[in-house]
Design a protein around this ligand. Structure first.
Ligand SMILES: Cc1cc2nc3c(=O)[nH]c(=O)nc-3n(C[C@H](O)[C@H](O)[C@H](O)COP(=O)(O)OP(=O)(O)OC[C@H]3O[C@@H](n4cnc5c(N)ncnc54)[C@H](O)[C@@H]3O)c2cc1C
Length: 378
């Protein structure tokens, strides 16, 4: 019952056909959906994720009409993907494609960036991709809202751990849980960083690795200037977004912390992380050099070899559908993925063609394009 389990359950419940169970071993939003930076952008390097993000952000912005329960917490701050000279061409190329796919975005110069966010130090920055309605929302609120919405639509929550996916004669038969066996014709595996372990119980090897990532929350002293723009800076590797009430969140990508299992992930930030973020932030956003650190969190990126998710039926195991490997950028994709998966389960044409996200792409040597190299950025 993270972003994906609840979004999918909500869309399945809405169709009011058959019995839908949402199985959770811990608590709603108790995984990475409760530990998300929740940044909103549609800057992607490939069509399928860009289209999922376009529809995803549409739902996030029109939550009341689209979902009707709870709220998404959307705040439009504007979003900048800032780059150095050597990546300007890649940004311009991506922006051109994104505009063709319906994204409101443009390339802005360093002077225009200075107007959009006067607090940003432009050292080494040559330009940016800009999305006026990028910003952030609240992953936890959305997960809880979908959970409530799914319950309203007749989905039954089951608070047990799945211990194995049952497969017989090349067909899924249901799951074993700590509360006993559950029969099912279709199993959708949407368990975030626990996906590799659970897929293995069905004999399916998914190429997902885990990496711990941290985020810090700052409070800017009263009377100090407040940054208003959300940005991801490829030059300093800092990601920043304002929060409510004078707070801000920042990530500074630094030494990689690989994890063998999602259960090994410590969710408190490391004591040496705050100075690292402060230093990086001090360079890019000098007005925040003395902002007070008031906590933070750490979760796991469940990344695939091309840093894009795995969505689709599993060849050779009829009835098993994967929605895994969100690679640290699944938040704004979760609303549209719910619609896509529900359509697939009911044998309908999905509203967005996700064939490019199939598990088979790795064996076939057809990874998705990444304009800025390996990572969660685009
Ligand atoms: C620090 C951080 C920052 C991020 N920032 C962004 C961002 O700015 N923008 C963005 O788009 N994305 C971001 N992401 C990514 C995004 O948060 C994730 O892609 C998303 O939350 C994944 O949701 P999920 O439903 O797949 O997984 P989860 O939220 O982890 O949910 C999986 C659920 O499955 C349950 N489960 C596990 N095993 C079992 C079992 N055996 N039986 C039953 N239940 C089980 C777990 O308890 C959990 O509730 C970030 C992630 C992190 C860690």
């Amino acid at each position: 019952a993270g972003l994906f389990g609840t979004s999918i359950a909500f869309q399945l419940g809405r169709r009011r056909a058959g019995s839908v169970l949402l199985i959770e071993r811990d608590r709603v939003a108790g995984g990475d959906s409760g530990l998300s930076f929740s940044l909103i952008r549609r800057h992607y390097s490939n069509e399928v994720t860009a289209r999922l993000a376009v529809r995803g952000v549409e739902i996030i912005k029109q939550w009341e009409d689209e979902v009707g329960t709870g709220e998404s917490g959307y705040v439009g701050t504007g979003y900048l993907l800032t780059v150095g000279e050597e990546q300007l061409e890649a940004v311009a190329d991506n922006v051109e494609r994104l505009r063709d796919w319906g994204v409101d975005t443009s390339v802005v110069s360093a002077d225009e960036i200075a107007e959009l966010e006067p607090l940003l130090s432009l050292d080494g920055i040559a330009g940016a991709a800009y999305e006026p309605d990028g910003g952030f929302a609240d992953a936890q609120k959305m997960t809880l809202a979908w959970f409530a919405g799914a319950s309203r639509e007749g989905v039954d929550p089951v608070f047990e751990a799945v211990t194995a996916i049952r497969v017989e004669d090349g067909r899924v038969r249901g799951v074993e849980t700590t509360g006993g066996r559950i029969d099912a014709q279709t199993v959708v595996l949407a368990v975030g960083g626990w996906g590799k372990e659970l897929a293995a119980t069905a004999g399916v090897d998914v190429p997902i690795s885990l990496r711990r990532e941290q985020a810090l929350r700052f409070r800017q002293a009263a009377g100090r200037p407040q940054a208003r723009m959300t940005f991801s800076d490829t030059v300093s590797d800092v990601v920043f977004r304002p929060d409510r009430a004078g707070l801000a969140l920042a990530v500074a990508y630094h030494a990689e912390q690989p994890l063998a299992r999602r259960d090994d992930c410590r969710t408190e930030p490391d004591s040496d992380y705050a100075p690292a973020v402060r230093e990086a932030l001090g360079v890019r956003l000098p007005a925040y050099a003395d902002a007070e650190w008031i906590g933070g969190f750490a979760g796991a990126y469940d990344f695939t070899p091309d840093w894009n998710p795995i969505v689709g039926w599993v060849p050779g195991v009829d009835g098993l559908y994967l929605a895994l490997g969100w690679s640290g950028h699944g938040f704004k994709l979760s609303p549209s993925v719910g619609e896509v998966v529900a359509a697939a389960v009911f044998g309908e044409e999905p509203p967005i063609d996700v064939a490019d996200l199939a598990l088979e792409r790795f064996a076939a040597g057809k990874p998705l394009r990444l304009a800025y190299g390996a990572g969660a950025r685009a």
